[in-house]
Design a protein around this ligand. Structure first.
Ligand code: MN
Ligand code: MN
Length: 470
């Protein structure tokens, strides 16, 4: 009996019994890596053009229309292969490709959100103080406030006027355009600030954006800094101060998406969460021609503040659309909901060696090891999470493995550490089978987040398999 035989027996057992996680570079071919990189070039272009939920909706609808999608018409009977969409107030949207099977059999639904953390301008934002014009903000979503000072910001959004017209605004993206900035204290005078808790390093009411620094000059006399800004806004957009009350202006990082690292394996950008899932989901449904089941993607707004409001997934627009599709086919909408399989496509925390103490290394998502399947989010006893059923996870494993999609199973941090939520709970409430599947992220919710190119492409392949699967 040689030790070699014993070893190989043990190795054999290991091979049969252990789950071995492979890095994408080991698991897929050089050609597939190149394909992933190519896919991510498209993604980077999208990121640079779409930094708000409204811009995402406009961009995806424009692209969808080129690919044969048309606005959904109530009551119309759509044959299999039909491509329709619903635009919910320009801030959320649903896209569907009708399947060969009736709605009665359920759908294959992927849900991603297109809102990201940012600084929203307050209804009365403008003021001047000591030779500067500033704008007050109220941050949106869970941010570490100190990260948003001393970085270049762009201003995106809409101003809606009383006459019913809307002014689109995007300042600070094109080369040569001015940008904006929240100031931070110089370290020389920051002793008191340094003694604050990190969460109060920069407080909410200190997130004031510098928007101007020169007074309006009339007859060689300085007439005010705020007045100068309002005059520029009026000259450029025809708006007055009161119009800012009916506006949604979002200050977002003015960074461009770029490759990170000498091997170019990662993309650094603002707003990966959750455009890094929205884009692959949409590319997958665009490829869908004649799926077995009706394939659908919902791009939701307001996830970052709890899915509230009429564009968040707490609202009824998704269930209403599915109901209408089912009724038009003479199907029972309740069966459509009950039989639906759903991916809640959202990001999870990637394992960060610098900040590893908050993660369970056995149950964390690793950058480069594929999409993270998250059975439950929540924290401290799974509170607030939609715990996906084992049966559904087994089905999903088969779909992913058959399509050779690299996946890993992770939680969001250690049990008592913190945690978070996704739209999975809102979707589960409708009766779907639903589980979180998404891309692991480093520096999540920072103005500049990181994600691996192969993980992003893997989510695209996962969604394609999910839509096409039986
Ligand atoms: Mn998210
Ligand atoms: Mn988030």
């Amino acid at each position: 009996m040689s030790t070699e035989t014993e070893k190989s027996q043990a190795d054999q057992l290991r091979e049969t019994l252990f789950r071995r996680q492979k890095h994408a570079c080991e698991a897929i071919s050089i050609e597939e890596i190149a394909e992933a990189d190519e896919f991510c070039e498209g993604y980077k272009g999208f990121l640079n053009l779409c930094k708000t939920e409204r811009e995402c909706v406009d961009w995806f609808i424009a692209r969808a229309e080129k690919l044969g999608f048309a606005p959904y018409e109530e009551g119309k009977i759509y044959p299999p292969g039909s491509r329709v969409y619903v635009n919910n107030r320009g801030k959320a949207a649903i896209f569907a490709v009708l399947g060969r099977q009736g709605l009665e059999k359920g759908l294959r639904l992927a849900a991603a959100h297109i809102d990201s953390p940012r600084l929203d301008l307050k209804p009365n934002p403008l003021y001047e103080d000591k030779c500067l014009a500033l704008a007050k903000t109220h941050y949106y979503g869970g941010i570490k406030k100190y990260q948003w000072a001393a970085i270049p910001l762009a201003l995106h959004g809409v101003v809606c006027k009383k006459d019913g017209t809307t002014v689109q605004i995007s300042i600070g993206e094109a080369p040569g355009e001015p940008r904006f900035c929240v100031t931070d204290l110089l370290p020389h005078l920051g002793k008191e600030q340094a003694d604050r808790k990190l969460s109060d390093g920069v407080k909410g009411e200190e997130l004031n954006i510098i928007i101007g620094s020169r007074p309006l000059m009339l007859d060689d006399k300085p007439e005010g800094f705020k007045l100068n800004i309002l005059k520029i806004l009026h000259d450029t957009y025809g708006i007055v101060e009161e119009d800012l009350v009916s506006a949604e202006l979002e200050a977002v990082p003015a960074f461009e998406a770029c490759d990170i690292g000498l091997d170019r394996g990662l993309i650094g950008a603002y707003g990966h969460d959750d455009r890094v899932c929205a884009y692959p989901c949409m590319e997958a449904i665009f490829k869908c021609e004649m799926p077995g089941y009706t394939s659908m993607v919902v791009l939701a707004d307001k996830e970052e503040i709890g899915s509230e409001g009429n564009t968040g997934l707490n609202a009824n627009y998704l269930v209403n659309f599915i109901t209408e599709l089912a009724l038009a086919q003479g199907a029972n909408p309740r069966n459509a909901l009950r039989n639906t399989k759903c991916l809640s496509a959202d990001v999870n925390a990637g394992f960060d060696p610098t900040w590893s103490s908050v993660l369970d290394p056995l149950n964390a998502g690793y950058v480069g090891l594929g999409v993270v399947v998250t059975k439950y989010t929540g924290s401290r006893g799974k509170a607030g999470s939609s715990d996906a059923s084992a049966e559904y996870l087994a089905w999903l494993r088969r779909v992913l493995d058959d399509a050779k999609v690299l996946w890993q199973a992770g939680e969001l941090g250690k049990v008592d550490e913190g945690g978070g939520g996704t739209v999975a709970s809102e979707l589960a409430r409708l009766g779907f089978d639903v589980v979180d599947v998404g891309v692991p992220i480093l520096s999540m919710h920072a103005p500049f987040e990181l994600a691996a190119k192969t993980d992003i492409a893997m989510l695209f392949w996962a969604c394609a398999a999910f839509f096409e699967g039986e």
